[in-house]
Design a protein around this ligand. Structure first.
Ligand SMILES: Nc1nc2c(ncn2[C@@H]2O[C@H](COP(=O)(O)OP(=O)(O)OP(=O)(O)O)[C@@H](O)[C@H]2O)c(=O)[nH]1
Length: 316
């Protein structure tokens, strides 16, 4: 059996989200005209699909415009939903650029326990390796021995050097060591895992400011990126994390994981609409290949279920 393509994974990953959207909208598709009541119902259905109230209101306004006064069938509604989602995602879909000079570019990765932070670091490292960048990891999540061990296993699998220490050790000094060694080896990118437990804002701030202080001695431009990893399955909770930690922790971009197998893919759109922060990549599975920068059109069509509808009507 051949490996599914990224496109197939995306469509499969967002299947439950587009199913949910379909369930929420079903019953409305039989109506021939989009009267006020139907539009209200569609707006509610979109909110219930985690797309966020602002996006839902925009889509309602578009569907309510004179252009559609003769009504729309299911495919038409889904297409409008896809177009609006694509317009929201397009400005935030920004792959990580590796452009730091001097090298290495330092990327700090923060995220709550279980958000997929460690796996995301491995996937990101793999993605950058594929682009021929030399990558090094720093096991700065010294809070738990298991986190250090897990990252070491990934480093070995990917054949990437890793700087690690003991549980309870000082993360900032590991980062310092990472930049020193990375500079000597001509490393392009240093990806730093952090124990930035978002449950404790003061602790996160202390840790990040210490890392910043230490890094500043070697390169005032570092860290170049502070990437917040979010678990899409937590819905509103993921959005709250952007609210609470985005500005104060100096987050420069997001990675949203676990967009597969959950019905909460709409969270990606709500995050884009509400915060407008760059979204570097999305995770749609547990393997090393399952994280990629995304094409807004493709993702929008997957969420809205446009292709699935087309293919179910026109079986190959
Ligand atoms: N389905 C799915 N699972 C994912 C994705 N990303 C990560 N995971 C899984 O989520 C679980 C937690 O991932 P970790 O990378 O260990 O998360 P973490 O945030 O580092 O967690 P701690 O190590 O506990 O701090 C693992 O079982 C991963 O395989 C994704 O995009 N999709």
């Amino acid at each position: 059996m051949t490996e599914p393509t990224w496109h197939e994974k995306l469509i499969g990953g967002f299947r439950r989200t587009s199913d949910k959207l379909g369930d929420n909208l079903s019953g409305l598709f039989t109506k021939t005209t989009l009267d006020h009541e139907t539009l209200d119902e569609i707006e509610e259905a979109l909110i219930a699909s985690d797309l966020g109230p602002a996006t839902a209101a925009k889509i309602r306004a578009t569907l309510g415009s004179a252009r559609y006064e003769r009504g729309l069938d299911e495919a038409g509604v889904r297409q409008v939903v896809a177009d609006e989602i694509a317009a929201i995602l397009a400005p935030v879909a920004k792959p990580l650029e590796i452009e730091a000079f001097p090298r290495p570019q330092v990327i700090l990765v923060i995220g709550v326990n279980g958000s997929g932070k460690t796996t995301t670091i491995a996937k990101l490292a793999h993605l950058l390796q594929e682009q021929d960048y030399e990558v090094m990891l720093v096991a700065g999540d010294t809070f738990r021995a298991a986190a250090i061990g897990q990252l070491k296993v990934w480093a070995e699998r990917l054949n990437i050097p890793i700087i690690s220490g003991k549980e309870g050790g000082d993360a900032a000094s590991l980062v310092f060591e990472g930049v020193k060694q990375g500079t000597a080896r001509g490393t392009d990118v240093l990806i730093v895992d952090t124990a930035g437990r978002l449950q404790n804002k003061a602790g996160l701030m202390d840790e990040l400011s210490k890392i910043r202080r230490v890094l500043g001695r070697l390169n005032p431009a570092a860290p170049h990126d502070v990437v917040l990893v979010l678990d899409a399955t937590t819905g509103q909770n993921a959005l709250n994390q952007i609210e609470v930690f985005g500005a104060s922790a100096g987050v420069t971009g997001l990675v949203m994981t676990k967009l597969d197998g959950s019905a909460r893919g709409g969270t990606l759109v709500a995050a884009a609409e509400k915060y407008g922060m760059p979204i570097h990549a999305i995770g749609v599975g547990e393997t090393i290949e399952d994280l990629r920068p995304f094409d807004p059109q493709e993702v929008a069509r997957a969420i809205a279920g446009v292709e699935r509808l087309a293919s179910s009507k026109n079986p190959a």
